[in-house]
Every structure is written in structure tokens, then in C-alpha cells.
Write a protein of this length. Sequence first.
Length: 219
Amino acid sequence: MRSLGLQGVRRSKGIRTTIPGKDGNRAGDLLDRDFTAVAPNRTWVMDFTYVRTWAGFVYVAFILDVFAQRIVAWNIASTKAVELVDVPLRMALWQRGREGHPVVPGELIGHADAGSQYTAIAFTEHLAEEGIRPSIGSVADAYDNALMECVIGLYKTECIRTTIFHTGPYRTLGDVEYATAGWVDWYNNRRLHSTLGMMTPVEFEQAHYATLNREPQPV
């Protein structure tokens, strides 16, 4: 790589963003580290991370559908209030409905870590209203949400720490938002995933629905 003038990017250690709720009340872990699903809209994993800008920290929340590892929604905010994670939930539900594949109440598990945002009353009530079963991993154990942690690591490595999706430093929330939009589009529609048979998340989902809609062939 050195002879070709190429240099790899490295993942780095981050700061703590998971702060458990003070009351200690939370749902159980329904996944038990099984990050597989038989179809879309069966398991969503959720988490958020931070990005430094000249104006201060901003926070980026993601929702990932486990079936095809597709990012179905994301949101950026300047604070870690519950709206940071509740807004992408609304966006994800709207997006699935818009695509003609709405969430069926009772079928979907929404899994997150034990952060106070995901155990907040407003968020858990929203899950209940939509018929989404809450699932919460244990405190201070990244493996309980390993798939989402992995994708956030990719986001930091491929988007934030390179100049591919944004040239120059991140001055404001808007800069991070611009770069994130570009990366999510690339991740979902052009990034090939070895775990999906070298398909993109969108292609993998489309192939699944095409199989379901395929007309039976005459014998």
C-alpha cells in the first residue's frame, strides 16, 4: 500500500455514551446476542454515537434492520435528549410504510443498550403504541448490541475519519449531517457486504421481497 501511496484508516476508542437510567427499570434482552432475522421488520437494533465539531459535540442515532443490515433511519442532534432516538423511530416507521412494507404490530423487536434515552418513558410508550417489543442489553456490555456497535464503528472509520464524504474539518452539525447522509446512501445502496453474499442491504431486501412475490411456475 505504501508503494501505491495508500494508507488504511484505523478505528479508535471513543467516549462513553451509554448512561443507564437512574430508576434501573428496563425491558429484558430478547435477542441474547442473536443478530439474525428471518425477514425485514423483525428485529431493529438502535444506538447512537458522538462526533466532535468546532461548535461542540453532536450526536448521531441509527436504526438498523438486522435482516439485511440496512440503516432504515438516522438522526443528528446537539443534545442527548430522548428526541435524539425517538425521531429516527418515527422516520423508520414512516419509511417502511412508504415502501409498502409497514411494521406489523407484535412482530418487531426494537433492541438497544441500557442508555437512559432508550429506557425513557416517552420512548418505551412510543414502542408500545406501535406494537414494537422492547429489548434492552445489559449495562456496559457492547456485545449485547454488537451488530449496531460494528456499524457505528464503520461509520466512524469510513465517514467521520476520512474526507470521502466531507472535505475539511467538521465545523457544525450541518457538516456532520451532510457527510452522514452521503455515507448512509452509499452504505445502503453501494457498499457490498460479504455477510449478504456481496450484495448491498437494499439489494438483499429487494431479493427477499421478489422471492415472496414470485408467481408459481406451471408444472
